[in-house]
Design a protein around this ligand. Structure first.
Ligand code: BG6
Length: 429
């Protein structure tokens, strides 16, 4: 490609409306150059280095961010080549590496990748992306929990019956089947996004909201998640596959890859002892829906008789991450009228429409050098350590059956039994 044809391609795929503001597009596009080479080849990268130097007119200081959105098999070779080409040396300006997921495929590979990268760059240069952390509603978890006084005293085993984390998608794997066949829902969604949500919901209050303070608390809670053996992992999970998955190009007719999963995890610390965390995720479901639901306990004593109390439900706090971003709290009230009857109602806050794209925020933070919303080496490894036993159980005969489910449903019927009895998944109305 030439600079021009590459810019045209960018214009075509951009989702922003630049037609009406062509000048700002041109201001941006004129800064974009196309350069061809192999990312893991030192000679290519040296040419790139010369090219950048020529472009910056040899300015004494040039700050750089290398954004690695590559096949995971290329990460190590690319970082080595960048190192060998002298392009990670920070003498003349910052050198940062933004690394896309997936970061490894299990604990061992993530550890090796961290070691390989650390041999060439320092942790402060690394920005491992989990785009869920760039979502405003996810960042709001910190403000909601620690900016209010009324929730934190209740945020523990004394008042909470269980926690649900749902990351449901209506899209199927579409043209990503080749990738998905090697990942499945556990590696694709649980190890990264879902465990980050769990960490933010379950962590202790950090002393400040600076990068390491926050990440220390997330790492602590991830290290407290109970590590099951394979048998226990099999007993605390169910998995499913949507009908028609095997018809995608690149998927074998015998594929045992799970496109749906539900897990029951426990956090073995003072705050959460005995409180189950139910987490589920799947593709080709009824609608896109990401929510954290906190189910509070029943009041300790009922003063109403059965008929009066028939409308009473335990309080539930629903934090809808996307779409229709909102926070809802179910409370019980008297139904107006002569009789003493209860009914459940909802207090609701809706986030303003038109939320920013998560990547906008994350890339700006990488430019500014703020790593708070990026995952640190230890968090990545701890997350794999949590997920690996489930992957291993699911890849062996220990796992429960792979339940089929219909496209456009809420997943396998067995998922309802898995969370029950007496507990129900929170689905959108
Ligand atoms: C990605 C997964 O990390 O997140 C995809 O690889 C998934 O499979 C996507 O579809 C979901 O992101 P979002 O922001 O649309 O919820």
């Amino acid at each position: 490609m030439t600079d021009e044809s590459y810019r045209r391609l960018l214009f075509e795929v951009s989702t922003d409306d630049y037609e009406s503001d062509l000048q700002s597009w041109l201001d941006f596009a004129n800064q974009v150059r196309y350069f061809q080479g192999s990312s893991n080849d030192v000679a290519s990268l040296k040419r790139l280095d010369d090219y950048i130097r020529a472009d910056t007119h040899g300015e004494a200081k040039d700050d750089r961010i290398y954004y690695l959105a590559l096949s995971p098999t290329l990460y190590e070779g690319t970082v080595n080549a960048l190192g060998d080409a002298g392009m990670l040396d920070e003498t003349n300006g910052v050198r940062r590496l933004v690394v896309e997921k997936p970061f490894g495929t299990d604990l061992d590979s993530a550890r090796l990748l961290n070691e390989a990268i650390h041999a060439r760059a320092n942790e402060h240069q690394l920005f491992r992306i989990d785009h869920y952390l760039g979502k405003d509603t996810v960042q709001n978890l910190i403000v909601f929990r620690f900016g209010n006084t009324i929730f934190e005293p209740l945020w523990n085993r004394n008042y909470i019956d269980h926690v649900q984390i749902s990351v449901l998608e209506d899209l199927d794997v579409a043209d990503r089947a080749a990738y998905y066949e090697h990942s499945g829902v556990l590696r694709d969604m649980f190890q990264s996004h879902i465990l980050q949500l769990l960490a933010l919901v379950a962590m202790e209050p950090p002393a400040t909201n600076h990068a390491n303070s926050l990440r220390d608390e997330k790492a602590k809670v991830l290290s407290a998640v109970r590590r099951p053996n394979r048998q226990q992992a099999a007993a605390n999970s169910i998995r499913g596959q949507y009908n028609g998955y095997r018809d995608h190009d690149g998927v074998s007719q015998a594929s045992a890859i799970s496109t749906y999963g539900a897990l029951r995890l426990f956090v073995d610390n003072w705050r959460w002892q005995g409180v189950p965390f139910y987490m589920r995720s799947g593709k080709a479901l009824k609608s896109k829906f990401t929510e954290i639901a906190i189910q509070f306990r029943q009041p300790p004593h009922r003063i109403f008789d059965v008929e009066d109390a028939s409308g009473l439900v335990p309080n539930m706090l629903r934090i809808v991450i996307q779409p229709d971003e909102a926070i809802r709290l179910t409370i019980d009230n008297k139904r107006p009228g002569p009789e003493l009857r209860a009914q459940a109602q909802e207090l609701e806050y809706r986030f303003p429409v038109g939320m920013r794209d998560a990547y906008e925020r994350l890339l700006l933070d990488a430019v500014g050098g703020d790593a708070s919303l990026f995952t640190r080496a230890d968090e990545i490894e701890l997350s794999w350590a949590v997920i690996d036993p489930y992957v291993e159980a699911w890849e062996t005969e220990l796992a429960s059956q792979l339940y089929p489910y219909a496209r456009g449903s809420w997943g396998p019927i067995a998922a309802a039994q898995f969370i029950g009895p007496g507990r129900y998944w929170s689905n959108p109305a």
